[in-house]
Design a protein around this ligand. Structure first.
Ligand code: UDP
Length: 342
């Protein structure tokens, strides 16, 4: 376990600190809820559950420090009482999700961010927004440094996500410089770990799901495109360090250990012991051909770097997926609010 858990005296001090986490039922948001609950914060989780799954946080419902608001942050956000911190992690984040719900993707990154910046301003809260390596598009600079402006197609299928996140960065900086809001921007690279949705379409759950169901692994294109996968605990640690730093420009958080998708498929075949083969499918439009974070800034400013190797992280993640009930493997939908109300 990489996360640092506070000593009990520190937790008492934290007791009145209140944090709002949007996208709380999603993959990263749910891990952030766990982390801040473990550190003794009062946590408000917010989610509209279009891609999030309440299963990810249901065990927190009994905790008195935890509250859940079923709300879409693209509409005005109301939170009673004071707030110290806001983490804006609500957004569809896998390419098939934002193909299915492009308008909501644009709205949550733009209108949602605007609402949360307004909330941060009225509560005098610090806000950290989740940006993405997708702001670099199909990058011509490798590895990607924070000062690279990117190569994004605004009207392609990924444009709804990429441009919403680029707008998010712009409006966050504008609120910082014009209104003096205390802001942080994290650019998240490919991340994986327990609580990812098996059916979210991303390469890791896709390959592991296929192996578990005894299907062939689908490689898009020739598999020569690269990605660099970061284990969730490392990402969470980086986000926490950024939140408590005083650095207001974007910071890349990711694991620079780069691999081709073809090699990655071979790793998953070895890990799962599946007897299936790989099959090739057409490459989706604007699929970036390479991606690897330059994490010099995170190392120098935050003293952060990833610690979990892909081998170790994949084993933990595979055990998680294997532990899910059989029906989860075949599910196309996820748990929604109506599953939790009578
Ligand atoms: N990919 C693949 N097979 C799949 C799903 C994805 O080969 O079943 C590829 C995809 O084309 C991309 C890479 O894996 O090049 C990572 O895709 P993912 O959807 O995980 O996220 P991205 O990094 O593209 O946002």
């Amino acid at each position: 376990m990489v996360s640092r858990i506070l000593a009990s005296e520190e937790r008492i001090f934290m007791k009145n600190k209140k944090i709002l986490i949007t996208g709380a039922a999603g993959f990263i948001g749910s891990h952030l809820c766990d982390r801040f609950m473990a550190e003794g914060y009062q946590v408000i989780g917010m989610d509209n559950l279009i891609t999030g799954d309440l299963k990810n946080i249901e065990y927190l419902f009994k905790e008195k420090n935890f509250e859940f608001f079923h709300h879409d942050v693209s509409s005005f956000v109301y939170v009673p009482g004071h707030l110290d911190y806001i983490l804006h992690f609500a957004s569809p984040a896998s390419p098939i999700d934002y193909l299915k719900i492009p308008i909501q993707t644009l709205k949550v990154g733009s209108l949602g961010t605007h609402n949360l910046l307004g909330l941060a301003r009225s509560k005098k809260a610090r806000i950290l927004v989740a940006s993405t390596s997708e702001v670099y598009g199909d990058p011509k600079v490798h590895p990607q440094t924070e000062d690279y402006y990117g190569n994004v197609n605004p009207i392609g299928p990924r444009g709804v996500y990429d441009e919403a996140k680029r707008f998010q960065e712009a409006i966050t900086m504008a609120y910082h410089t014009f209104h003096g809001i205390d802001t942080r921007i994290v650019r998240i690279f490919n991340t994986y770990g327990p609580k990812m949705r098996l059916n979210d379409g991303r390469v890791l759950p896709a390959f592991i799901g296929q192996a578990l169901r005894g299907e062939d692994l689908t490689i898009f294109g020739d598999g020569s495109q690269t990605r660099s996968f970061c284990y969730i605990d490392d990402l969470i640690e980086g986000i926490v360090k950024l939140l408590f730093s005083d650095y207001t420009y974007p910071v890349n958080i990711g694991n620079p250990d780069e691999i081709t998708i073809k090699e990655f498929a071979e790793e998953i075949i070895r890990l799962t012991g599946t007897k299936q083969k790989v099959v090739y499918r057409p490459i989706p439009e604007d699929d970036p051909s390479q991606r690897k974070p330059d994490i010099t800034k995170a190392k120098e400013i935050l003293g952060w770097e990833p610690r979990v190797s892909r081998k170790e992280g994949l084993e933990i993640t595979y055990s998680y997926f294997k532990s899910l009930p059989e029906e989860e493997l075949h599910k196309t939908e996820h748990h929604t609010f109506k599953d939790y109300i009578r």
